[in-house]
Design a protein around this ligand. Sequence first.
Ligand code: BV8
Length: 237
Amino acid sequence: MSRPPSIDPNCIAVFTGAGISAESGLKTFRGSDGLWENFRIEEVATPEGWARDPAKVLAFYNARRRGVAAAQPNAAHQAIARLEERFRVIVITQNIDDLHERAGSTEVIHLHGTIVQARSSIDHHYRTDYPLDGLSLDDRCPLGGALRPNVVWFGEAVENLEIAAKHLAMAGRVLVIGTSLTVFPAAGLVSAASFGAEKTIVAQELDHCPRGYRFLRGKAGEIVPTLVRQWLSTRSP
Ligand code: BV8
């Protein structure tokens, strides 16, 4: 049966969550000792929390900014970057770290923003680097607005959904790594993958496996390099 015209066998879409950065030393959200075990989402990852106590929000993200700068891409990030030797690879990530880019991936779409940038709380076009030594309430944009992390908080619109869904729909292979699929609308993107695409999900545990996906249980740093070696050494699907 020939593939629907929209599927590209030489294109791989990789959808990642916090689990792919766990072996780089960055905390996940919902695992044991996860971020949400030690912080209340409402206080540090919502516009209301920012309005109520911006200093607390900046302290939370300043610590994560330092953590990301100290972290290194792990074997899973590096394997995904290696896939570009033979395939067009679109990385669609829920993560705010820059480990995919630092591993060498050249097409990375962030759905929930990035911690390496700050944005203005009043000028929605203004962007600047998020300083390694952290943001303070004195840091202002040219219009005098307070600077905040360039991330999508709960209750804020997710970015790049449409382009992400387009790439997932036309990819001949879809690889989902390290996400509990609990945050929407991002999690709903896994169902944008085509029926005819080869679909795989890698996680340490999973409440429900999306329809049509093969579930590989284990660590991304172990499973993904093996999968990539197989894909690089065999013909396209
Ligand atoms: C929206 C950035 C509407 C910040 C994040 C009330 C009001 C408004 C919305 C809602 C509401 N109630 C519910 C919603 C929807 C809400 C939502 O989904 N809530 C959940 C909690 C139910 N969503 C939103 O609010 C979204 N916006 O709906 O806006 C709107 C529309 C138009 C206009 C205006 C408004 C925005 C959500 C984005 C929030 N920001 N991050 C920051 O990082 O600080 S979410 C955050 O959690 C991450 O970005 C990620 O996307 C998400 C999920 O986390 P995961 O990545 O999956 O990580 P998790 O820890 O959960 O799982 C880790 C996985 O890895 C596990 O499976 C584990 O097994 C595995 N793992 C661990 N180690 C390894 C491993 N796998 C392999 N190897 C390992 N070594």
